[in-house]
Design a protein around this ligand. Structure first.
Ligand SMILES: Cc1cc2nc3c(=O)[nH]c(=O)nc-3n(C[C@H](O)[C@H](O)[C@H](O)COP(=O)(O)OP(=O)(O)OC[C@H]3O[C@@H](n4cnc5c(N)ncnc54)[C@H](O)[C@@H]3O)c2cc1C
Length: 240
């Protein structure tokens, strides 16, 4: 039976699912994407953006275009309230969007009255399927979720690792198939861009700073961006 799937926020954990919207729509489902801007900026590239290393068009995804290209509806607004009993999202404009399933990827600033139940770090409490421990129609990924039993650091690597399992589980939930576990993996590479073409590298207790760390982060970040900048981002003027 056709269902209505809603994506709230176009963050990092939603990339694969948003890239696969066409398949979800072809399967007969209706999809809506809600975000406060047509663009989603990758916060990890923020220091590079502010220091002039990147131009805006290099550090953002055109979420609205991606949604529309995939056959979904884009609503430029914020979700301010979730009513799981009526399966309704209330938007800043006062409008209501009803859903059969909804996935949140709204970043680390999660208003305490938005996502329930919440874990110890304030994120939506989810199980190993990235499904809410509470209303089963709620899913999520990235910084706005709290993995029950082992809350994850709020770093890009987990949002990236959640991409495929979240996409698979949203499709499985719509189709009534079994969900698959998300494995957060072990130790991870963390590189912070210090903003002056220098980076801070940390892996397995080794910490180094320098240009090489920045170059590695730049390579990984731009590779990830290019993979999902498929909605005309790179044809937009670089100067703004
Ligand atoms: C300055 C900075 C530097 C960082 N550097 C690094 C780094 O070097 N390495 C690293 O691993 N991690 C870094 N991080 C963390 C990393 O960027 C995030 O963990 C990662 O991007 C995951 O974010 P997200 O997709 O969950 O959320 P976000 O990237 O915050 O995206 C959330 C999206 O949801 C939208 N949204 C928010 N509220 C609502 C709402 N109510 N309704 C609808 N839409 C909404 C927002 O507009 C946004 O598009 C950094 C973060 C910051 C802020």
């Amino acid at each position: 039976m056709p269902k209505h799937l809603v994506f709230v926020g176009g963050g990092h954990a939603h990339r694969t699912a948003l890239a696969g919207l066409r398949d979800t729509v072809r399967a007969g489902h209706r999809v809506t994407v809600i975000g406060p801007s047509p663009y989603h900026y990758y916060s990890g590239m923020g220091p590079g953006l502010l220091s002039g290393i990147y131009r805006p068009a290099e550090a953002r995804f055109h979420v609205k275009m991606m949604a529309q290209d995939g056959g979904a509806t884009f609503i430029e607004d914020r979700v301010v309230l979730v009513d799981p009993v009526r399966r309704a999202l209330v938007l800043g404009s006062g409008a209501e969007v009803r859903y059969d399933a909804v996935s949140f990827n709204t970043g680390s600033e999660v208003p305490s009255d938005l996502l329930h139940p919440s874990g110890e770090d304030g994120g939506l409490l989810v199980n190993e399927y990235l499904q809410c421990i509470g209303p089963p129609e709620l899913f999520g990924g990235g910084d706005c979720v709290s993995l029950a039993g082992s809350p994850l650091a709020r770093v890009g690597v987990f949002a990236v690792r959640q991409n495929r399992p979240l996409h698979r589980n949203l499709s499985a939930f719509l189709e009534g198939r079994p969900l698959q576990r998300f494995d957060p993996g072990g130790d991870y590479l963390l590189i912070l861009n210090l903003g002056d073409r220098m980076g801070l590298f940390r892996r397995k207790g080794i910490v180094r700073s320098g240009r090489l760390a920045f170059q590695l982060k730049n390579y990984l970040d731009t590779r990830f961006m290019r993979k999902f900048q498929v909605s005309g981002e790179l044809r937009e003027p670089l100067e703004e």
